[in-house]
Design a protein around this ligand. Sequence first.
Ligand SMILES: [Zn+2]
Length: 430
Amino acid sequence: MTDELVRAGRALVGGVERRDYAFVVRGGTIADAGDFQVLRERARDLPARAFPADRLVVPGFVNGHSHAYQILLRGWADDLTFAAWRSDALYKVVPQLTPDDIYWIFTAAFSEMLAAGITTVAEFFYLNGAGNAHAEAALRAAEDTGIRIVFARTWMDAAYAPPQFRETIELARERTLELRERFPWANVCVAPHSLHAASHEMIRAAAAFAREHDCMMHVHVAEAPYEGEETLAKHGATPIALLDRLDALDARTIAIHAIYITEDEKRLLAERDARVIHNPMTNQYLGDGICDVMGLQGLGVTMGLGTDADVKPSLIDEMRAATLLQKVKRLDGSAFGARAAFDLGTAQGARALGVATGDLVPGNAADYLVLDASRVDPWSPDVNALVYRGEDRWVQAAFVGGARVYTGERSQLAHQAAEKLKEIAHRVIS
Ligand SMILES: [Zn+2]
């Protein structure tokens, strides 16, 4: 990776179109940015990489929540209830996967994500029961494809979960520490699975781990109504309030979903500066419900978007779904516009994860995409075109930390992974 001056004839910065914008990449980070004419003087020592105005340079998309291995479920596990999908599809497949399978499945999924402009993925990984071998395979896939990863290493100890998922607190802690040491580039953090799949002791321990090791804590919360009904009956508190009682709700907490929560809980999320990841495509696919994104945004909660079940890993689709669902929820076509959705999929999503990326400004990693701007109607703002009409195939190149990791066509590795995926699917589904 070389230090260079990137000149964009056309770019989206803070969601707004800029002409002849430029940024300086040093050591994989954006060191300086502004109008090209000004920057050229300040970066005279650097080689230049230029994109003409028929290309649109945008920040790489940030995927705040993914279970990449679930690409194996698509097609044959569609149109099921959540319970059937989990027990008949997910639990059927998981015990059959070897570390080698995991490597190829994740390589295929991460390659698809890069081709769709996703340069950062928060992978909520829970195939841990047998040790770190599966996690290591997934991390090698991230390294080989070049995607930026936030590895949310799941902790789970519920008796009903398959043994492939279950661990003691002690083992989960040890194995997470080992991953953090061995993969310092992978943003390894903790993820007690949920209030129903991790014990209260385990959630407390995970929150303490996040504080001690200065990392984030991801947790599934209130994806379906049953969770709140259960916690209220058993513990006298709804899910967000219960997390708070367990000392597990602060600026390190990333609540995944947060659909069925009370108005008081929304205010509590805001007060504690906790983050929320919204998964609008999966929430539709599984019939979950609609998160009150506008209510949470109005209270100042930092949020991002995730592809969750990865039926089709596309942040453009998630951004579109995020705006459309709010319009339907509010019965108001003026609700939650394209700019707001784009912000969730880029800059705000990155803040939610605690990763410096998501906009083409100094201090951020040089993670960016080159899109085919000829697809944008000349009378349309770029951001509207992207959110309402955009397609993944507009992505012509993707850069992570200044290095090109997607060139507009399938790499040799991506091709090989797609072939392996077919073999694995054939074996585990039949
Ligand atoms: Zn999830």
